[in-house]
Design a protein. Structure first.
Length: 314
């Protein structure tokens, strides 16, 4: 879904950006990441192909207050700090819906329109205000396709403010696809991530591809849990959900077991690692971060270094 949201919203591209930023748009904040490394993202494309030792990317992340609608105020603050820039944006969970739908048997040029009518009763947006894109996994045995649905008016407002400020939007992505930037080796990795107040996200990535994704309820406050809470049940509950996802990956998708389990969770995540580890043969690791949301802005920036998104060609 590279640039899929933006195919009809390219009127701002007349300006020449002077910098590159990664943005993560959360429910109440926008997190901005700027690399300390010189050169353009294209000149640093090796960041997307080198082993994990290249990560995290050196840089600074900070947040700007955002109420979900005040794009002008937020983007003015970004412009005041950086000037015109090329932006890669990752939307937080509250700004889109991701649906696994049956892939319609239609020509490629008719796929998006067919998907619109396939998912219209499964989403909260009216048909007239749906911005839709899709992506597929190489594991296509199920005949499913992943459909991303967002608010068209909201994205149009974002695009208009970007034009006014002289920004160029390189792409808009989602949390699930941002995970593809973390590992670039030959192993499959189960990444368990959690943004404060959101549902838990479990993904499997391999060689820059998203192979599986699943949202799990019941863990919205896991970053607020004490080490004692984790020890007395919460870690075991999390392990059960990880095992369910691994069972699906192995039995339904017919894949080999994942090579590692990696936690991108706030709070007492260091205490969580040994508690989860005792339930699995795989190595369980903590992904180091200042905050999960700021880490998402870094992952957003890293998407500028290569064409890591797959999906619909609208």
């Amino acid at each position: 879904m590279k640039n899929g949201f933006l195919n009809k919203l390219t009127f701002w591209r007349q300006n020449i950006p002077v910098g590159e930023l990664g943005l993560y748009v959360a429910a109440d904040s926008i997190y901005v990441f700027k690399s300390n490394v010189g050169g353009t993202a294209e000149q640093r494309a090796d960041l997307a192909t080198e082993p994990q030792s290249k990560f995290p990317i050196e840089g600074v992340s900070y947040k700007i207050a955002f109420d979900g609608d005040n794009w002008t105020e937020a983007f003015t603050a970004i412009f005041d700090g950086h000037g015109a820039a090329k932006l890669q944006i990752v939307l937080g969970e509250s700004f889109y819906q991701l649906i696994a739908a049956d892939k319609p048997n239609v020509p490629a040029e008719e796929l998006k329109q067919a998907l619109l009518w396939s998912v219209k009763d499964l989403v909260s947006e009216p048909v007239s205000n749906i911005q839709l894109d899709y992506f597929e996994s190489s594991l296509t045995a199920s005949g499913k396709i992943n459909v991303v649905v967002a608010n068209k008016q909201q994205l149009s407002n974002l695009a208009q403010v970007s034009e006014e400020k002289g920004f160029v939007i390189a792409g808009i992505s989602i949390e699930e696809l941002a995970m593809t930037t973390i590992f670039q080796d030959d192993l499959s990795h189960m990444i368990v991530s959690h943004v404060s107040g959101q549902e838990l996200l479990l993904t499997v990535v391999k060689q820059g591809e998203l192979l599986m994704q699943r949202r799990v309820r019941g863990f919205t406050q896991i970053d607020k849990a004490s080490a004692q809470d984790l020890e007395f049940g919460l870690a075991d509950n999390l392990s059960l959900e990880i095992q369910r996802s691994m069972d699906y990956f192995e039995s339904q998708l017919r894949q080999a077991p994942v090579g590692s389990i990696d936690l991108l969770i706030g709070g007492e995540y260091q205490a969580l690692v040994p508690l989860v580890s005792q339930n699995f043969n795989q190595n369980v690791n903590a992904i180091q971060h200042d905050s999960v949301s700021s880490h998402f802005s870094m992952m957003s920036y890293s998407l500028l270094a290569g064409s890591l998104l797959t999906g619909g060609k609208a």
